[in-house]
Design a protein around this ligand. Structure first.
Ligand SMILES: Cc1cc2nc3c(=O)[nH]c(=O)nc-3n(C[C@H](O)[C@H](O)[C@H](O)COP(=O)(O)OP(=O)(O)OC[C@H]3O[C@@H](n4cnc5c(N)ncnc54)[C@H](O)[C@@H]3O)c2cc1C
Length: 453
């Protein structure tokens, strides 16, 4: 990588934490806070934010408020969480996780983050099946947009949900469970915040496990083309990182569960890539200080499944993200179609990550009824440039009926979304049942979900 490129990346990833999402403004002599998303690319349209002190307080606020949006940890890159009218925040509610050992579940307050939940669970001898690349997101916000980790046999994080407790538009509590509520439950879990304010989430847990990971460098794209299934099947969780330059996958991260029948054998070479001899960041030029331990060192599940350590920020916020899900069977064709666009993509990109996710039956999940491969783009924070390249990329992926990540940037038209998310019409009906006046809808939802009937 050229020095100039490296400095640009380091600037984008290393120093942006100075930009707080809550930008303090001096207004009429007193400090007030401007509400932004984590990346700082979205100024929310109101600063009218109610911090609920209790479930009852949330119920009263919802009942008396005409329009609102519940805010999680603000990690979405588009306006799905925005509101012109008002926000309900649950950050002041206590984290009070409760384990049901017999049912193998934990019930948590919705605003709890995976970063707080995971070490707590480990201490009690339990684990979750998977985690996203960063732990700082709220569980409710994550499951509402079908946030995922990696692993061809792992469903996204929403698939671990067995129960939800929501305050719906009339201010009443609604309890839904996987066992009792069948299709309604499957429609509600990836709810985009449109069904009500989630107060509690129940998640499946399993005995705590140890894991380890290895990183390989420089896998030729030809090897991906010829051996994609073997590569993806080599570990519990596999990620391919590429900047789309030189027909090369820069890094392959393979994570394994210790004790599983099938164990990854870390040979010096893996489909043409070389085993790294030190810990690496997904962008090799950046210090790996914040990355989870590699080179086969065993550690607790929550300190190996994410790429970044719990106590650290994975990156700065000065970035944009897009992600597209293609059917697993079309993954290689989709990767090669994008490879052809490398001259358009690479100049605006920090890194791409490619992950496999198992099919599920949650209506608005991008993996609904199809094993999928998610192709993710961490872009430089240059929206005009990204906005120009996205339609080309979406066009290249169109033959594979690509579905976008709900919380990231895309330019696909609502009619296209409707053809790709088969249960969108049923979801609209479900949301109308619990929220007939559209109290929890915003412009994003009206355009992309509710205007399609
Ligand atoms: C650095 C970074 C890394 C990421 N890595 C991954 C990754 O590995 N995999 C992946 O799939 N995604 C990833 N994401 C995307 C992220 O997981 C999703 O955008 C997720 O929805 C963020 O959760 P949040 O709590 O911040 O939600 P917000 O952005 O605050 O809200 C998202 C939606 O959820 C709703 N919502 C939030 N809380 C509630 C509630 N209590 N009740 C009802 N509705 C609610 C909001 O109204 C909104 O519609 C990443 C994002 C960032 C910034």
């Amino acid at each position: 990588m050229k020095k100039r490129t490296f400095l640009r990346l380091a600037g984008a990833i290393g120093a942006g934490w100075l930009l707080s999402p809550l930008v303090r403004l001096r207004a009429k002599g007193k400090m007030r806070e401007k509400l932004k998303n984590w990346a700082g690319n979205i100024d929310y349209s109101t600063e009218n934010l109610h911090r609920a002190k209790s479930v009852n307080d949330a119920k009263v606020y919802v009942r008396k408020t005409e329009k609102l949006k519940v805010l999680g940890t603000r990690h979405c890159f588009n306006t799905i969480a925005d509101s012109k009218d008002g926000f309900l925040s649950l950050t002041e509610l206590p984290d009070a996780p409760v384990i049901d050992a017999a049912a193998r579940t934990v019930t948590i307050d919705a605003n709890m983050t995976y970063g707080r939940l995971a070490p707590w669970l480990e201490e009690k001898g339990y684990a979750l099946h998977n985690l996203a690349s960063l732990p700082h997101i709220s569980v409710a916000g994550a499951v509402s947009t079908a946030t995922h980790g990696s692993g061809e046999n792992n469903g996204n994080l929403s698939t671990a949900v067995t129960g939800l407790e929501l305050v719906t538009a009339n201010g009443e509590l609604l309890q839904l469970s996987r066992n009792k509520d069948g299709e309604v439950f499957r429609g509600a879990v990836v709810g985009l915040g449109a069904l009500g304010a989630i107060m509690k989430v129940t998640l499946e847990i399993q005995p705590a496990f140890q894991a380890r990971q290895w990183v390989y460098q420089n896998m030729p794209m030809e090897a991906v083309e010829a051996h994609f299934d073997q590569i993806e099947g080599s570990g519990y969780s596999v990620s391919l990182f590429t900047d789309w330059r030189n027909r090369n996958v820069n890094e392959v991260w393979i994570k394994d569960r210790i004790g599983d029948a099938k164990q990854f054998e870390a040979k010096p070479e893996f489909f043409g890539a070389k085993l790294a001899k030190k810990n690496l960041h997904p962008i090799a030029e950046i210090s790996a200080e914040n990355c989870t331990e590699q080179m086969g060192a065993p550690g607790p599940w929550y300190d190996r499944l994410p790429h970044f350590k719990m106590g650290f920020m994975p990156s700065a916020g000065k970035e944009l993200q897009s992600e597209f899900f293609v059917p697993r069977k079309d993954a290689v064709k989709a990767i090669l179609a994008l490879e052809k666009l490398h001259e358009e993509i690479s100049p605006h990109l920090l890194i791409t990550e490619i992950r496999a996710i198992a099919a599920d039956d949650l209506w608005l999940s991008p993996c609904y009824q199809q094993d999928s491969v998610a192709i993710h783009f961490t872009w430089q924070q240059d929206w005009p440039a990204v906005k120009a390249v996205l339609p080309e990329l979406e066009k290249a992926l169109a033959p594979f009926a690509v579905r976008p990540h709900w919380g990231k940037l895309f330019t696909l038209e609502p009619a296209v979304l409707r053809s790709r998310y088969k249960k969108l019409t049923e979801f609209v009906e479900l949301a109308q049942k619990y929220d007939p006046q559209g109290k929890f809808r915003n412009e994003f939802l009206n355009r992309h979900v509710f205007a399609i009937r």
